[in-house]
Design a protein around this ligand. Structure first.
Ligand SMILES: [Cu+2]
Length: 145
């Protein structure tokens, strides 16, 4: 009986580790860091994890920035106020924007796995305020130039 219980608990432990995680990101009009923000604005996740975008305040969406996804990866685009769930399998950096507030710098970064920032990330065409926030997010998390 004891061996059976031990076997069962080992099985459950292994199962827990194998489970992909769900991460939540709020889309907000404002938080302590300023207006038009994702919270958090940086996520480190494992390949196969899922990110859910919560419409904490209305008028926002979540979409990948052209050129700011790992090579060969399709981006995604949620509608306004849509709470999309995206499962990210490819390792790399994903730049996320709110379409209506991109020019105001409403962006965030998701790092999947152990990837380095690839050159496409720096080369992508983005509005000045969005670029400033991308740079600030990367620097704060140890991926500055
Ligand atoms: Cu927005």
């Amino acid at each position: 009986m004891r061996a059976l219980l031990l076997g069962l608990s080992l099985f459950l432990t292994a199962f827990q580790f194998a489970q992909a995680e769900m991460h939540e990101v709020k889309m907000l009009n404002r938080n302590v860091s300023g207006p038009m923000v994702y919270e958090p604005d940086f996520l480190q996740i494992a390949p196969g994890d899922t990110v859910k975008f919560i419409a904490a305040t209305s008028g926002h969406n979540a979409a990948t920035v052209d050129g700011m996804v790992p090579e060969g990866t399709a981006g995604f685009k949620g509608g306004i106020n849509e709470e999309i769930e995206v499962t990210l399998d490819a390792e790399g950096f994903y730049g996320i924007k709110c379409s209506p507030h991109f020019a105001m710098g409403m962006v965030m970064v998701i790092r999947v796995g152990d990837a380095k920032v690839d050159t496409g990330f720096a080369a992508a065409k983005v509005p000045a305020r969005a670029r400033k926030r991308f740079d600030e997010i990367l620097a704060r998390n140890g991926f500055g130039k």
